[in-house]
Design a binder for this molecule. Structure first.
Ligand SMILES: NC(=O)c1ccc[n+]([C@@H]2O[C@H](COP(=O)([O-])OP(=O)(O)OC[C@H]3O[C@@H](n4cnc5c(N)ncnc54)[C@H](OP(=O)(O)O)[C@@H]3O)[C@@H](O)[C@H]2O)c1
Length: 316
């Protein structure tokens, strides 16, 4: 099936979880603005945020209020019991207010507990889409049974899932399902929070980084997929390809994700390093022979485990 019409028209989306100053080291608002200018200067005008990313929606709204050419993806995150229609409406209205938009470009639903029925909520969000409050509906972290059921209630166009050379659980059925229904994959964590970079090559143990997503989210993911020694072997394999093309490890890892079937655009976390921004943009324009990308797929399959469906251990 052909991909559905989508608001995604860029090869790269900037992930703005990093702007949540409750969880991560606070980036001063002026620096956020300056960095966003750098992204825009590089032609990157798609930003991913969420209702649960602290000040992230508000900052993006303030900085980009006059930039209708920018595409802002947000998330509606539902934990716990089934929300009332008023709560769902309240969430959407709040995101509209924070992002200073009349219409949300894309609302990606995260539904934490599959035991709680989401039919009514998805139907309501579809109604908001019909009313012009939402341009596109997406999902994030749905597993295969959840996404199949969700498609009965909402025209989901994109699915944001963790996908990298370290985490390939999407290949256990989800990628095929998305391709069957024309749903574009938006891989998050394509650099495993930055672990897939030269910074960590030959490092004996991961450094403690309590105020970086790496130290919390991605280090447990690395552990669940086999641990630090196999990750190091994988980094050496990526470095071998990187040397051949005069690229960095992060560039090769990013290009690998972007080239996977069904991928629309990877969501790469916000970085203040201009050089990293430039590298990420140019990585997607680089050419790596399919045989070298296949070599990396094989090495990652040999070295790491891919336990279960999307978001299986995180949901627990
Ligand atoms: N849907 C969900 O449940 C969910 C979950 C997690 C994330 N997300 C979204 O996905 C976005 C991206 O994921 P992520 O940030 O968690 O992981 P990521 O994109 O794999 O890693 C981003 C980090 O990698 C480092 N980096 C970026 N470019 C680099 C380069 N060229 N070379 C070396 N290091 C580089 C930066 O950290 P340093 O420079 O500090 O090292 C950056 O913060 C998030 O911002 C968020 O929007 C969604």
């Amino acid at each position: 099936m052909k991909a559905k019409q989508t608001v995604i028209s860029a090869p790269l989306i900037v992930g703005c979880w990093q702007l949540d100053d409750r969880s991560w080291t606070a980036i001063p608002a002026n620096d956020v603005e300056r960095t966003i200018d750098t992204y825009l200067a590089w032609g990157i005008a798609h930003f991913d945020t969420a209702d649960i990313y602290g000040r992230s929606e508000r900052l993006l709204g303030q900085i980009l209020k006059d930039r209708s050419d920018c595409t802002l993806l947000t998330k509606a995150v539902f934990f716990g019991s089934e929300p009332t229609p008023n709560q769902v409406r309240g969430k959407i209205e709040n995101s509209l207010r924070q992002l200073q938009r009349d219409c949300l470009d894309c609302v990606q639903v995260h539904w934490h507990d599959p035991q709680i029925d989401f039919a009514q909520t998805l139907e309501l969000l579809t109604k908001f889409q019909d009313e012009g409050k939402i341009r596109q509906l997406g999902a994030t972290n749905f597993d295969v049974p959840m996404l199949k059921r969700a498609l009965e209630y909402a025209p989901i166009a994109t699915h944001q899932v963790q996908y990298s050379l370290v985490d390939r659980r999407v290949e256990n059925g989800m990628a095929a399902l998305c391709q069957e229904f024309g749903i574009g994959l938006l891989p998050y964590g394509p650099l495993a929070g930055g672990f897939l970079s030269d910074k960590f090559l030959s490092m004996a143990t991961p450094p403690p980084e309590s105020s970086h997503a790496r130290g919390f989210y991605y280090s447990s993911m690395v552990a669940a997929h086999g641990g630090w020694p196999p990750l190091q072997e994988l980094l050496h394999a990526i470095a071998q390809v990187a040397r051949k093309y005069e690229l960095t490890i992060a560039q090769v890892a990013l290009k690998w994700v972007a080239q996977q079937p069904g991928v629309l655009a990877p969501v790469v976390g916000f970085t203040q390093h201009r050089q990293q921004i430039e590298q990420n943009v140019s990585a997607l324009k680089s050419e790596i022979a399919p045989a070298d990308l296949e070599f990396l797929s094989e090495r990652s399959a040999q070295l790491l485990q891919q336990p279960g469906d999307i978001y299986s251990y995180e949901r627990k």
